[in-house]
Design a protein around this ligand. Structure first.
Ligand SMILES: Cc1cc2nc3c(=O)[nH]c(=O)nc-3n(C[C@H](O)[C@H](O)[C@H](O)COP(=O)(O)OP(=O)(O)OC[C@H]3O[C@@H](n4cnc5c(N)ncnc54)[C@H](O)[C@@H]3O)c2cc1C
Ligand SMILES: NC(=O)c1ccc[n+]([C@@H]2O[C@H](COP(=O)([O-])OP(=O)(O)OC[C@H]3O[C@@H](n4cnc5c(N)ncnc54)[C@H](OP(=O)(O)O)[C@@H]3O)[C@@H](O)[C@H]2O)c1
Length: 446
């Protein structure tokens, strides 16, 4: 029987486990699976931790999520086709759940089928090489500090790519009297109540961390973009200016001449695709983009078709795209999908990469990733889900954000799986200070 190693038990690793489980339920003979997870529990980034820096074993903390994080896209766009929100919560729930609610949903799906038994927790993969037609995977049992090695026929890298922060330096940082941190270490916006906060970056972390700080009482929030401003209509107390030039003592001086007192600088400057646990010839090298090169169908390593990477794209689509990738990878491993010649693989990758390089705006990017996900969906028996509705939802969501960045999370969308329409949440997002699952689910909805 062939052996499959899955590296990481976050949403992508769990999609992979679930895909094999669904095949097994249909009576198919599946390979032996071992999933390695360096944390003590599953869920990846959604498995919140108060920790920053390293854990009790000296291993860097992968978590980048924070208290008060709510879904930043409609939950309907990420819904699992084989496990709807209605099935999990037994009633329709609003479209933008807080982190704890989404975590519950992710974990609910994998609670069936003894999948946890396939995962080695507290186990960090430290090296992967390919020799004699096998992958030799070395891993550390963190609790017992033991290094072990096993051979596998296939390796699936599902280690995520939002855990290792990219930390640039600006002039004056060494002598800045306040705090400098990356969004990776941001945990609780309450910490910045009454403070002058500078946020650097212009993507989702910059947007959300800045809004969180404003919501929880920062004195001022100034966002410094590098290339393009986000351009939303920011609420009172927030502004967006062009690029930090330097820090001069407590003052942040921007390229457009803005000078702003600062207590804290939060670098929302993104993350590195970082795979120290895999040999150079197998290592994906990319920045955060919608179609990283060298991955056939966004999944299969071009130079070794027994190696798969899941979820390595920049993401509009998340959980159900990860599922489509996992179902596809499963069927390739189980011999149900044949992959074409090297030439065709190369042409296909080049086609997608060159289309991606021409994208100019969010609507085109949404179309691109929807087409990619639909193509994968058509290749396996992943259950029916309405990707056209998801495409429409994403575009509507983008326009809601432009209309009002404070209210987009109060909107309602319909399910691409069950068709049910989400109720409006009982409290508008900017007034909802308690984001516990209990409060979110138990109070009556409008
Ligand atoms: C701040 C933040 C907010 C987000 N919010 C949303 C949101 O609202 N909605 C949404 O859809 N998406 C959101 N995302 C996107 C997120 O990427 C996905 O939701 C999802 O977590 C990706 O799953 P993953 O399995 O690829 O990676 P991860 O969730 O990162 O899981 C990877 C797992 O691999 C493990 N691992 C890593 N290296 C090793 C190793 N060497 N050995 C063993 N195990 C290893 C890690 O411990 C981790 O458990 C957010 C991301 C961030 C950073
Ligand atoms: N649920 C939520 O509310 C929530 C909250 C936060 C994050 N997320 C998710 O987290 C993931 C990661 O998002 P992210 O924003 O951290 O990363 P990202 O999308 O990769 O964006 C990185 C940002 O860093 C900027 N940057 C890089 N180097 C810089 C520098 N030297 N100076 C200034 N800016 C610099 C980039 O700007 P340029 O464009 O100029 O290169 C870009 O805006 C996304 O999937 C997102 O959806 C979700």
């Amino acid at each position: 029987m062939s052996r499959v190693a899955i590296i990481g038990a976050g949403p992508c690793g769990l999609s992979m486990l679930r895909s094999f489980y669904q095949a097994e339920k249909k009576g198919e003979k599946v390979p032996e699976i071992v999933c390695f997870e360096k944390q003590e529990d599953w869920g990846g980034l959604w498995n919140y931790s108060w920790r920053t820096g390293s854990d009790q074993y000296g291993d860097p903390i992968p978590n980048s999520m924070y208290r008060y994080l709510w879904s930043n896209g409609p939950k309907e766009c990420l819904e699992f086709a084989d496990y709807s929100f209605d099935e999990h919560f037994k009633k329709p729930i609003p479209s933008f759940p807080p982190r704890e609610v989404l975590y519950d949903y992710i974990i609910g799906r994998v609670s069936e089928g003894n999948l946890k038994d396939k995962i080695k927790f507290n186990t960090r993969v430290i090296n992967t090489i390919y020799k004699n037609d096998k992958f030799e995977v070395s891993y550390q049992d963190k609790a017992n500090n033991k290094i072990l090695t096993e051979n596998f026929d296939y390796v699936i890298v599902s280690s995520g790519h939002f855990s290792v922060p990219y930390i640039p330096e600006y002039k004056g940082m060494n002598s800045f009297p306040g705090r400098i941190m990356h969004s990776h270490d941001f945990r609780d916006a309450e910490e910045f109540r009454g403070k002058d906060v500078i946020v650097l970056g212009s993507s989702y972390s910059a947007e959300d961390v800045a809004l969180q700080c404003n919501k929880y009482g920062a004195k001022s929030v100034t966002i410094g973009y590098r290339h393009n401003p986000m351009g939303f209509k920011w609420p009172k107390g927030m502004k967006e200016v062009h690029y930090l030039d330097r820090l001069d003592g407590k003052k942040a001086i921007f390229k457009d001449g803005t000078k702003q007192d600062a207590d804290v600088i939060i670098l929302c400057t993104g993350y590195l695709h970082h795979f120290p646990f895999i040999n150079e010839d197998l290592k994906l090298k990319t920045h955060n983009r919608l179609y990283p090169p060298k991955l056939y169908k966004g999944v299969i390593w071009q130079d070794n078709h027994k190696l798969f990477y899941l979820g390595m794209q920049d993401q509009f689509h998340t959980f159900n795209m990860f599922d489509c990738q996992a179902w596809y990878a499963r069927d390739v491993i189980m011999g149900k999908i044949k992959i074409p010649s090297d030439k065709e693989i190369d042409e296909d990758i080049n086609k997608w990469v060159s289309m991606e390089e021409k994208l100019e705006n969010p609507d085109q990017m949404i179309d691109f990733q929807t087409e990619y996900t639909k193509e994968l969906h058509d290749m396996s028996d992943y259950p029916k889900i309405d990707f056209e509705l998801i495409r429409k939802h994403f575009k509507e969501w983008e326009h809601h954000k432009v209309e009002d960045i404070l209210t987009y999370r109060n909107k309602s969308f319909s399910s691409p799986v069950t068709g049910s329409v989400a109720p409006i949440h009982h409290t508008p997002w900017d007034k909802a200070m308690d984001d516990s699952m209990k409060t979110f689910l138990e109070q009556p909805t409008k």
